[in-house]
Design a protein around this ligand. Sequence first.
Ligand code: NAG
Ligand code: NAG
Ligand code: NAG
Ligand code: NAG
Length: 174
Amino acid sequence: MTHFKKSPSLYTLVFIACVILLSCPLILSITDPSDVQALQVLYSSLNNPTQLNGWNSSGGDPCGESWKGISCEGSAVVSIQLSGLGLNGNMGYLLANLLSLRTLDLSNNNIHDSIPYQLPPNLTSLNLARNNLSGNLPYSISSIVTLNYLNISYNSFSQSIAPIFANLQRLSGL
Ligand SMILES: *[C@@H]1O[C@H](CO)[C@@H](O)[C@H](O)[C@H]1NC(C)=O
Ligand SMILES: *[C@@H]1O[C@H](CO)[C@@H](O)[C@H](O)[C@H]1NC(C)=O
Ligand SMILES: *[C@@H]1O[C@H](CO)[C@@H](O)[C@H](O)[C@H]1NC(C)=O
Ligand SMILES: *[C@@H]1O[C@H](CO)[C@@H](O)[C@H](O)[C@H]1NC(C)=O
């Protein structure tokens, strides 16, 4: 009987240990959920390329797991650098979720379709050179007033782009 009196506390400890172990992935997930969602959509829009180590279209923690090409400050994704990795797909529709993103470099790939209208609002550097992007340059680029480097050379754009840049006084690297 004494055995049964003591054992509940043991079971309780084991139970608590199990709960802690099972919830570890949640506790350790440090990346802002809206940033995670944006990267998941980007990944599936690029057709889930295996060369992007760590990336996952349905789960994961980009900052905590150091996804390839991702840099963070605290829980925020601040840089995506995926130049020259043979990426083939489009840029997806959720990039505007990346509120803290400053650098986006997707140059030297084979990314196609048009540049999405919704872009990260606080970018300072956007490099999309040497892809196969087409259509028009979205007017929304002109509202990214923080932008000081933009490279869209060697693509398949269809219209003249000059009028868009009247707003972008900091732009120097076009
Ligand atoms: C992606 O994340 C899901 C959910 O967390 C997980 O079940 C799956 O194994 C992960 N896939 C890869 C390739 O890591
Ligand atoms: C980014 O821009 C949005 C407005 O578009 C603003 O609310 C937000 O505070 C900015 N975030 C950072 C980290 O600068
Ligand atoms: C670029 O895209 C066009 C269609 O927009 C396609 O015909 C062409 O084959 C693509 N070029 C490359 C190098 O993939
Ligand atoms: C833009 O990208 C092209 C292709 O990678 C490169 O040759 C050019 O020097 C870049 N321009 C600037 C201003 O960085």
